[in-house]
Design a protein around this ligand. Structure first.
Ligand SMILES: [Zn+2]
Length: 398
């Protein structure tokens, strides 16, 4: 067997986590059942029996055992974790993750429990600067509850999209979960049709005190307003694509389903960030990024969850996409493990892929390090203008 080329050593490079969520608060130790359910995107309790048979969970336990100095069995790891306490575990994991900055979606309500604020995550992420991504569906759901008619929703929605206000709140990106609701085929909508949906939504909101909007015409109408605003101001907007929880309808969540948006001249300047690597359609996402100047490729959630595929994900993303448009993230939530594992193993996989390219003579060593820096941090810093944004909490102002 020919020897594999030497990987690039990227362990020391910091990461910008441009797509993640606040972690749980509180000091209760984890029972194995509740801990296991944090390692699946499903919610069927029977999956608790299956999680220990996944490569991601096995590998995480082994890596935790190394850090915590215990055996790799689940019971030993959870006992060592509980003995040390959440804060000390976080500190150990973040010392290996080197998170320099993070963009958090703090309106994610899933997985239960009290969660840290975006400012509170600064310390928990080892002193990372923290910023926000504003989840548009949650904004709309609140506005339906607060407004008397659809016109008022639109007025308030447009007013919410105020650059100075968003910047002051540390918001550096918009975000849409429409892939989890009505799909990425966002089409032009006549205002009256969108407004007609308000009555039903308002009735649900009045009855239940909250509303989950899954009306395609209504969502498409307001997302197109947001996309137009992003285009005017070149403000990034993130879309979930590919795999995720069971709300996803895969054909309407694949990256190419966003093609209407990519092709619309009104949105040509809107920086589009397609999350989750479009997994399993990473190649399709890389293709979009190679033909649409405003499309960016995220590798989060796929790294860390798709545990035997990290190198393939980077290889396929970088096959067509410019290296300036591929961005690392973790999609970490609830616990520090996802963030830490995605940083540590993501860097290693990227180092192996870039090492191969150096071995093939495609790039030299210096370019390899430059590409790694782009993917892990520099592309996000530039795209989200993190160097001019005031984070709600950070090293300088904590
Ligand atoms: Zn996500």
């Amino acid at each position: 067997m020919p020897e594999r080329p030497a990987p690039l050593d990227l362990d020391h490079l910091p990461v910008v986590d441009h797509h993640c969520h606040p972690w749980r608060e509180g000091d209760d130790p984890f029972a194995s059942g509740s801990y296991r359910m944090l390692f699946t995107e499903g919610d069927d309790p029977r999956l608790g029996e299956e999680v220990p048979a996944t490569v991601y969970y096995r590998w995480t336990l082994r890596e935790l055992a190394r850090v915590l100095g215990c055996g790799p069995g689940e019971a030993e790891v959870l006992a060592a974790r509980a003995a040390l306490g959440h804060g000390a575990v976080e500190a150990k994991l973040m010392a290996e993750a080197h998170v320099e900055a993070a963009i958090l979606d703090d309106l994610y309500a899933g997985r239960g429990g009290r969660r840290s604020s975006v400012a509170g995550m600064c310390g928990r992420l080892g002193g990372a600067r923290t910023y926000r991504a504003l989840r548009l569906e949650s904004v709309l759901e609140t506005l339906v509850c607060l407004s008397r008619d659809a016109g008022e929703v639109e007025d308030r929605f447009r007013a919410r999209l105020d650059l100075a206000t968003l910047r002051a709140e540390g918001v550096v990106s918009l975000k849409s979960i429409v892939a989890y609701r009505t799909g990425l085929g966002i089409l032009p909508v006549v205002r009256e049709d969108a407004y007609a949906a308000f009555t039903g939504l308002k009735r649900d909101a009045d009855r239940d005190g909250s509303v989950r909007i899954a009306d395609k015409v209504f969502l498409d109408y307001f997302l197109r307003i947001a996309l137009g605003w992003c285009g005017e101001l070149r403000f990034p907007i993130q879309f979930h694509t590919g795999f995720g929880d069971t709300d996803i309808d895969p054909p309407t969540a694949r990256p190419s389903a966003l093609k209407h948006v990519c092709d619309d001249p009104a949105f040509r300047e809107a920086p589009l960030v397609l999350l989750h690597a479009g997994y399993p359609d990473v190649r399709e996402l890389g293709y979009l990024a190679s033909v649409y100047a405003n499309v960016h490729v995220d590798v989060g959630l796929a790294i860390p969850f798709a545990a035997t595929g990290y190198e393939t994900i980077f290889r396929e993303a970088l096959a067509l996409a410019p290296t300036t448009k591929v961005l690392w993230s973790s999609d970490g939530f609830s616990i520090p493990e996802h963030t830490w594992f995605a940083a540590r193993q993501g860097r290693r996989a990227l180092g192996r892929v870039l090492g191969e390219l150096v071995g093939d003579g495609a790039i030299d060593q210096a370019e390899g390090v430059e590409i790694a820096t782009q993917v892990l941090s520099a592309n996000s810093r530039r795209l989200y203008r993190l160097d001019d944004a005031a984070g709600p909490a950070g090293r300088g102002d904590a």
